[in-house]
Design a protein around this ligand. Sequence first.
Ligand code: HAH
Length: 367
Amino acid sequence: MIKKLFSAAGLLLLLSCSQSRQLQSTSGNTASSEKGLKDYYADYFTMGVAVSPRALKTDEAALVLQQFNSLTPENAMKMGPIHPKETEYNWAGADSIVQFAQRNKLKVRGHTLCWHNQTPSWLFVDDKGNTVSKEVLLQRLKDHIFTVVNRYKGSVYAWDVVNEAISDKPDEYLRPSQWLKICGEEYIAKAFQWAHEADPNAVLFYNDYNEISPVKREKIYRLVKSLKDAGVPIHGIGLQGHWAVNEPSREQLESTLQRFAGLGLKLQITELDISVYPKEHDARERRPEDANTAFTAEREQQQLEKYKMAFELFRKYKKVISGVTFWNISERYSWLDNFPVKNRKDYPLLFDKDLKPKKAYWEVVKW
Ligand code: HAH
């Protein structure tokens, strides 16, 4: 009870003193004069985190300000949430994250302009429910990109323009999404071209996961190289980095970074988390053994070793890596609590439920 009162008082203070980093640290975290990830890595790359508008109104905000210098809206800028009807945009969530970033001088990465998931229901169909033509869909994509990129021009410095266009099937190049089925491959180049026209200063990324798989890696490489060779405005590759205690190996990660560095574009680790469960790429039903969700000493150790190894390599490749972003803030919530198994608690981040640094954190900042 007393603890609750204190944290409520801290929150009030935080709200009334939005300029003061000192006072924000009274909301329960270590003092803001203590170094955060962004300070340890100041000579390396920006340190970012994926957030919801809601998290920035809780005591997690003070932790974000202490540790990070870049934000990515986890969901608020995706097509579904931000463009729910053809003639209706919902700016509230994205605006509140961007305003928080501006007040506190953090960078913002936009995520994402074109993706097959979390799309609004109107997007691929006409008012009779029939699939739209290529011309209509490309026009919708163009309008969407111009409207969203233009709104955040000057406040979003980088965009994940296209997310996850590569297939997971070994013998298939591009994902057979509605985008590909209706428009063919050119929707990808068009998306970059329109994003660049809307904001010529924005840094434009192709973003994908399981980039550590040699097979998928080569497909991502092929796509990005073909865009670059065709003169498409693409400036970086986003390696999501949804990893786990069993992968990647040091060799696997190093050859991934080396391969992509060879493209001559910037690299960012855009969605870093290290699950305590062996990696699975597809959603599945719960099994009896999933009941064991304790954050055991063994899981803790395996995870900290992966984090240590990953950051050793990130530092080694600092010339090509321009940013590292964690996908969520603390163990209060991660998307991995519901993926690949619904309601299976995961512990993939560097801060625990009390927002205290875990052992893995100290491995990341000590070298
Ligand atoms: C990411 N997909 C998305 O880019 C992000 O927008 C979302 O919030 C979470 C994860 C990763 C992914 C995966 O690792 C496996 C299957 C599907 C999607």
